[in-house]
Design a protein around this ligand. Structure first.
Ligand code: ARG
Ligand code: ZN
Length: 485
């Protein structure tokens, strides 16, 4: 503290500024300035925050399905990227009872999803600090642009936490943007008799006084929205294959629900889900041929019988699936391929901006086309031709730009299908050999990093030796059905 005064004073004396101005300027330098309330995403200006990067989240969550309430402590270890007088976390709803920075009480203010923390001591650039937040309440469910629900979904026997892009902040204070990935420890305490799943490795389960605690550790950094929770009755299966540890979870009710409600003798949703998830080792091995070695040390999938969950999500190391995907075996296999492809394209390679969502969805969808080809069910060319032929030029489908869909169309079918068509169009122009080299180089050169469309275009141009702006402009950024070359 004293030393800082001395340095500041010396600076003033040397520079010889007018005393009044100098006092104001050095005060800023001396105490830091507030971190930005957003990380700079054009679609979601308040998502994430500036001024620090999180290294680790340690979440200790107790959840009682009888009241829907959770009570939790989140310890967030971060490093300041500027001198900070205060900083923000994203946090929605829930009541904070205590908040400390490095063990000392800090003041805080809340305004909608922004939690502004002012530590007792300012935080110098590059310093590591830990903010600990104790809170409780009933988490909010999110209504999505698709008219479905996401976030904290209360089920008949527990809860699921799943969503994209905003979900983390509804259950823990976060730097909620894929630009800031961190490792996670998640401990879930639930009534004895229920199971509690999350990402990564199951470290321990303990039961005392009618409560069970499930401790999960995610060793590889992940974006906060990829943190998953599934609490309820689950048949949890742990196994190892090809050196990879799997934890799968199936709601037992799936095994009494026929996949075809009209036909009680049809296979159950559980049987189909089980058969699709049984192919995970094979799918991961096949995907490694596309994108290089699987980026994580654990894997698995979660299937609940919730009718409220209408989508699947590539939650890191352990995707979660709506039961509706498992009404048909091929459809079930394809969603597993899609979510596992995201482990490379979406999770290990993270978006620097949500605008570039096609880099996730176009790749995961194209992986499905390649899988159909590999299975001998259709060629990628046939899927492309069908998609192209069945959507007339005046269809609104062509007005959604995969490269800039806008926040309301982030998960529009065009982001998926026109995104995949973009990759196929690229493949046609640069040829199979170069195309698959580009995909592989993309996954390997950007492993563990954030990515942008411009970087992908640059890589494709570099490896093919061609100018590809026109192709990407036509497929990603033009509100017209592209002409076929
Ligand atoms: N990324 C997910 C998938 O393609 C889709 C998530 C849709 N999100 C939502 N909130 N509905 O598998
Ligand atoms: Zn997807």
């Amino acid at each position: 503290m004293d030393r800082r005064w001395t340095v500041s004073t010396a600076t003033v004396l040397v520079v010889g500024l007018v005393p009044g101005v100098a006092a104001a300027e050095t005060a800023t330098a001396r105490t830091g300035s507030p971190g930005a309330p957003g990380i700079g995403d054009t679609y979601y200006p308040l998502d994430g925050n500036g001024g620090y990067q999180v290294e680790h989240y340690d979440l200790d969550v107790r959840y009682d399905p009888a009241t829907d309430a959770l009570s939790a402590t989140a310890a967030i270890r971060a490093v300041a990227t500027q001198d900070l007088s205060s900083f923000n976390l994203d946090f929605v709803g829930l009541d904070i009872s205590e908040l400390t920075v490095d063990g000392a009480a800090a003041t805080f203010e809340r305004d909608a999803g922004e939690l502004t923390v002012t530590p007792a001591q300012w935080l110098p650039v590059d310093s590591e600090f830990t903010v600990t937040v104790t809170y409780e309440g009933v988490p909010e469910t999110i209504e999505t642009a698709l008219g479905t629900i996401a976030g904290f979904i209360h089920t008949d026997d527990g809860a699921l936490v799943v969503g994209q892009p905003d979900v983390a902040a509804t259950w823990f204070p976060a730097n909620d943007h894929p630009l800031d990935a961190a490792t996670f420890d998640v401990a879930l305490t639930v009534p004895e008799g229920l199971e509690a799943l999350s990402n990564g490795e199951l470290v321990s389960t303990e039961t005392a006084d009618g409560l069970s605690t499930w401790r999960w550790a995610a060793a590889e950094p992940m974006a906060p929205y990829l943190a998953v929770v599934a609490i309820g009755e689950f048949d949890v299966r742990a196994y190892e294959e090809a050196g990879l540890r799997y934890w799968d979870a199936f709601d037992p009710d799936l095994f009494t629900t026929p996949s075809n409600p009209e036909d009680p003798a049809s296979p159950t949703l559980g049987e189909i889900a089980e058969a699709s998830l049984a192919r995970q080792p094979e799918v991961l091995d096949w995907l490694a041929g596309l994108g290089g070695p699987y980026p994580f040390v654990t894997a698995g999938g979660i299937v609940d019988d919730s009718t409220d969950l209408r989508f699947a999500l590539e939650t890191q190391t352990r995707p979660i699936y709506s039961p509706f995907f498992f009404t048909d075996q091929v459809f079930g296999d394809l969603v597993v391929v899609h979510e596992l492809a995201h482990q490379w394209f979406g999770d290990d390679l993270r978006l620097g901006a949500w605008q570039d969502i096609w880099l996730n969805e176009g790749f995961a969808t194209y992986a499905e086309w390649l899988w159909l080809e590999k299975e001998g069910l259709a060629t990628a060319q046939q899927v492309f031709d069908d998609s192209y032929a069945t959507v007339p030029a005046d269809d609104p489908f062509w007005t959604v730009l995969p490269g800039d869909p806008g926040p309301d169309a982030l998960f529009d079918g065009a982001v998926y299908n026109r995104g995949a068509m973009t990759l196929h169009a690229l493949r046609q122009v640069i040829g199979d050999e170069t195309f698959f080299a580009v995909v592989r180089a993309w996954a390997e050169s950007q492993a563990g990093d954030t990515v942008s469309t411009d970087e992908f275009v640059a890589l494709a141009e570099e490896l093919s030796g061609r100018q590809l702006d026109d192709l990407f402009d036509a497929w990603l950024y033009t509100q017209e059905k592209p002409a076929l070359g």
